[in-house]
Design a protein. Structure first.
Length: 135
């Protein structure tokens, strides 16, 4: 199993535990994009990038994240979990792509910085520090 498939498996296990799903939700596309199958509670689209683009190299990029129940901590809990995954697999950044008003507020609250006004990034080190200080 390659690194990307291992990441997919860990995210799938997390979502199954967190949202009490019995069947696998997550799959990996040929171009290393992690996507959830259509369901009522979770919508996730995550790019795995080792090379620099508009985002820094070694970045896990959240292209879409949506939970049916909002403002109860699911997003922050997922980003905290994703920080641990990033650390484990040697990713140095987490990004959020093409933000809207809600996701830009969410990103700034967690310490992300704006790359160009619609894309945000944060170092895993800073994100882990943020979550550690919240406990």
């Amino acid at each position: 199993m390659n690194e990307y498939e291992e990441i997919r498996k860990e995210i799938d296990s997390y979502l199954m535990r967190r949202f009490k799903y019995r069947l696998s939700l997550v799959y990996l596309t040929p171009d290393n994009i992690i996507v959830t199958r259509r369901n009522k509670r979770v919508d996730l689209y995550l790019r795995i990038r080792r090379v620099a683009s508009i985002f820094p190299p070694d970045c896990l990029i959240i292209a879409r994240i949506c939970f049916r129940k909002e403002r109860i901590g699911n997003g922050a809990h997922f980003v905290s979990f994703l920080s641990g995954i990033a650390l484990k697999y040697g990713f140095r950044y987490i990004g959020i792509e093409s933000v809207n008003d809600k996701s830009s507020s969410f990103a700034r609250k967690l310490g992300f910085y704006s790359i160009d006004g619609s894309n945000y990034a944060v170092s895993v080190k800073n994100l882990l520090s943020y979550f550690q200080n919240r406990i």
